[in-house]
Structures are given as structure tokens and as C-alpha cells.
Design a protein around this ligand. Structure first.
Ligand code: FUB
Length: 327
């Protein structure tokens, strides 16, 4: 339970964890991961193996102190609108309140995004009775800009259903774009001041190459798949995400939080396991990448473990590619 973390090693080993969203709250690092279930159920492209039912919050006083598991912070049984699959969450502080944003399938099997609140960063969190109106798909990442405006980025292909929303409403049989067509981008919207609703209809974020041409759906080394994360460095917005089928974490930059974003490169090479999902946080003057792999379960895709490593920028603001298994 009270493990002292080392870079590139599991933060905790008593539970399986994934999709870490790390934030500095009250002078400590708080990590909001998915809590993977240990089961032998079906494993498919629909993501049925990711059958998570609750969230635990982890924290560290600093990068050399023990990791604390604060226990169950929110359970599926307490969320009136949700039926299954509590996937990658994120948290943000505003209005003297901690807000936990999380995706789950509603009672029609459609992924939506909900919000729960707490007076403490470690929870417990009280869910709102309904999902956020106008929300869909998975992987909410909430970014608070320096002017106090919060944005929610979200969306994921395949099990995350993003391609089913291309027409503006949910179409069960919709496929993704043809390989030669622009890839689907993540969605983003400003959050209302009370953080409980969207201020506007979500827009699609455009990701382009250095020539300004859209990244195409067939460009699987660069196209958006899932797991958006937003951070700001020296006045630039960095949108990082998973490429899914090619298993990389990559990033693109913009001067505007809503893009367009210009593709820059790879942050993390593929890890053990199919999924890759991360967050980036500055703490005590250093930058850290939190990510997961399946090393703790020796490669079982839905039994993952959260890790961290230091992240470095080059002089020109590009990020040095990280090898998750340095020798
Ligand atoms: O943990 C379930 C899903 O797997 C997440 O929502 C995705 O980002 C992928 O990590």
C-alpha cells in the first residue's frame, strides 16, 4: 500500500490501475486513475474487458514519498445515469470544490461523461444525477487556462464510440473515415462557471502536419485515437494523445486552446499492452509524464499499472521522446 515510487515502476501493486490523470492539489501530487478489474471476461475491440466499477485516488507528498491509496472515491452503484465501465477520469479544482469528470455507458449503452464533486481532492465524490448534457464518448481531460476558463477535451475511437457521432447524433453502425480522409479529432468545449455543464456545443479539434494539411485517418502513426491531455508550456498549448493501433503517445502544439494543432512528434514509445494513456504535470520545477503499461500483469491488456517518469523539453520547446524501458 505505501510504496515509495521509482521512475518507470508501478506506483502501486495492490490494485491494477490505468489512465493516470495527475494534478498538483494542496502542494501534493494527486493521481486519478482508472481502477482495472481482475476478471477473465471477454476481450474485444469494443473494450468489454475494461469493466471497471469504481475509482480510487492516489497521492504522493513528493516524488520520493510513499504513494497513498485513499480508497474508493466513487462507485458505479451510486451513479444514477451510468450502467457500466467507469473509464479514464480527470479532476480539476474550482469554486473551492474538486470536480471529478468521468465517462461511463448510460442505460442505453452509450458512453457519456459525468461529473462528481468533493470538498477534498481525495474524495469521496458525489455524482450529479445526470450526465453532462451534450457530452458523449470517453476520456475527459479538463484543462484550466490561466484566465480561469476551463475546457473539456474528450473522445476515443472504437470502444469509445467517437466515430459513431460524426453526423452529430449517435449512429450505432457508423464506421470511421476512409484512410485518405482527414482523421477524426478530439472534441472540446468550454465548461460553464459552475463546472457542471458545457457552455457550448463541442467542436472538433483539427490536427495538421507542418504544411497545414490535416492528418489523415490512414496515418496511424500520427492520427488521434483516444486519451487527450492538454498542458501549457511557454505560451504554447500542447495537445497529447494516444495513436491507438500504433500504441504511441504523441503531441501537437497550438497558440489557441481550440487549435488548429500542428503535429510535432512522439512523447512515449509503445509500452507493454495494447492501450497507452497519460498525463503531463509540472511539480516543483520539473515536468513528469504519468502513464501506464501492463508489466504488473505480464501483459494482460486490462490489468494495467500506473507509472511516472521525468519529461524533458528541448530548447525549441519540443519534447524529448521517452523510452519506457530504459536500460
Ligand atoms: O481504460 C479504458 C480505456 O482504455 C480508456 O478510456 C482509454 O484511454 C484506454 O486507456
Amino acid at each position: 500500500m505505501n510504496n515509495i515510487p521509482k521512475p518507470n515502476e508501478p506506483l502501486v501493486t495492490h490494485i491494477f490501475t490505468a489512465d493516470p490523470s495527475a494534478h498538483v492539489f494542496e502542494g501534493k501530487i494527486y493521481i486519478y486513475p482508472s481502477h482495472d478489474l481482475d476478471h477473465d471476461g471477454p476481450d474485444n475491440d469494443n473494450g468489454d474487458q475494461y469493466a471497471m466499477e469504481d475509482y480510487h485516488v492516489l497521492s504522493m507528498d513528493n516524488m520520493d514519498s510513499p504513494v497513498v491509496d485513499h480508497g474508493e472515491a466513487l462507485h458505479l452503484r451510486d451513479i444514477p445515469w451510468a450502467s457500466q465501465q467507469l473509464w479514464a477520469p480527470d479532476a480539476v479544482f474550482k469554486n473551492n470544490t474538486y470536480y471529478l469528470f468521468f465517462p461511463a455507458r448510460d442505460h442505453d449503452g452509450i458512453f457519456r461523461i459525468g461529473v462528481a464533486t468533493s470538498a477534498s481532492p481525495s474524495g469521496p465524490f458525489k455524482p450529479e444525477p445526470h450526465y453532462i448534457e451534450g457530452s458523449y464518448s470517453i476520456d475527459p481531460a479538463v484543462f484550466m487556462d490561466e484566465d480561469g476558463q476551463a475546457y473539456m477535451y474528450f473522445g476515443g475511437l472504437w470502444g469509445g464510440q467517437l466515430e459513431k457521432w460524426q453526423s452529430g447524433s449517435f449512429k450505432q453502425d457508423a464506421a470511421g473515415p476512409d484512410p485518405g480522409a482527414p482523421a477524426l479529432g478530439p472534441r472540446a468545449a468550454r465548461l460553464s462557471d459552475d463546472m457542471l455543464s458545457l457552455q457550448e456545443e463541442p467542436v472538433e479539434i483539427s490536427i495538421v502536419d507542418e504544411d497545414g494539411s490535416p492528418i489523415l485517418a490512414g496515418d496511424e502513426d500520427r492520427r488521434y485515437f483516444e486519451g487527450p491531455w492538454l498542458h501549457k508550456y511557454k505560451g504554447w498549448y500542447y495537445l497529447s494523445y494516444s495513436t491507438g493501433t500504433t500504441h504511441k503517445l504523441v503531441y501537437a502544439v497550438s497558440r489557441n486552446p481550440l487549435g488548429p494543432y500542428t503535429f510535432k512528434g512522439t512523447i512515449l514509445k509503445p509500452v507493454i499492452g495494447w492501450t497507452t494513456h497519460h498525463s503531463i504535470v509540472e511539480f516543483n520545477g520539473k515536468w513528469y509524464l504519468f502513464y501506464h503499461d501492463c508489466s504488473l500483469s505480464e501483459g494482460v491488456n486490462h490489468k494495467r499499472c500506473v507509472k511516472f517518469t521525468e519529461l524533458h523539453y528541448n530548447e525549441d520547446g519540443t519534447i524529448r521522446t521517452i523510452d519506457p524501458y530504459p536500460s
